[in-house]
Design a protein around this ligand. Sequence first.
Ligand SMILES: C[S@@+](CC[C@H](N)C(=O)[O-])C[C@H]1O[C@@H](n2cnc3c(N)ncnc32)[C@H](O)[C@@H]1O
Length: 286
Amino acid sequence: MKRAPAHQPAAYADPLAGVLRPGQSVELLKALHILTRDGRLNQDSRRKLKQVYHLCNFIEPLIDEVLGRQDTLLLADHGAGKSYLGFILYDLYLKTRPGAQIVGIETRDELVEKSRELAARLGFGRMRFLDATVAESTRTDVLPDRFDIVTALHACNTATDDAIRFAFAKEARHIVLVPCCQAEVAAVLRRHKNASFGKTPLSEIWRHPIHTREFGSQLTNVLRCLQLEAHGYQVSVTELVGWEHSMKNELIVASHTGQPRGDARVRLAAILESLNLDELKPRFLD
Ligand SMILES: C[S@@+](CC[C@H](N)C(=O)[O-])C[C@H]1O[C@@H](n2cnc3c(N)ncnc32)[C@H](O)[C@@H]1O
């Protein structure tokens, strides 16, 4: 390897030192525009890579947990977009583990096609991509009946809820969600605002339009957590520190224990009732 002149600082000598992990594909990072074409890392991409690693740090122990119990692992990534999460997980943790497969699910066919091409170019033979909505992927018989890990990173609006339903249907052991914009609960709060004023002083919480949006968004994730707990998952909620979408940086990790939190379902129903959100009961309680 060519050495840097002695007067240059070490970081200058190898700008990727301490950034790339052993065996990591430089070609992948270039294809994902994390590295420039000539293999450099700028400030922006250094930050982006750190964020991706940060998220991967939460997922790695889940992968290890599954592969510690069995030889195979199936991971579904919903609303995959360019599939950079799936590609990085595969590159970092799965390419040397022959029983592991990733399926990226995405509605935009041009992104699915590009991901297929990239996986073929990199020789990532156990990555598949499905051009489908999350809901369609739950029903299709081209996918297996069971998945071990389900991820949904910034899957738009109710696609996160569809991913939760997919995980329930596929008896996923772990679910990792970074929810995106979520307008549905806010829309229901808004629609019933007048009736809610007469029903409960709690309606003050969402009286002003900006509060309707923000409270609706927070409430959505609270309801999702209770729903997961009611289905026997242990839930942890943290922040993806430094995540570029600062308003969408909540990370929900749920692991199946088979023991529903005793009062989760009752509390979920009570919250929907007190906030005049009965119409959402089928969505969260079924
Ligand atoms: C904000 S992007 C996130 C992409 C990627 N997960 C990431 O974090 O970079 C959301 C992606 O979800 C896809 N999407 C939206 N609704 C979907 C649905 N119901 N089923 C599958 N994909 C969906 C969009 O086409 C888009 O590519």
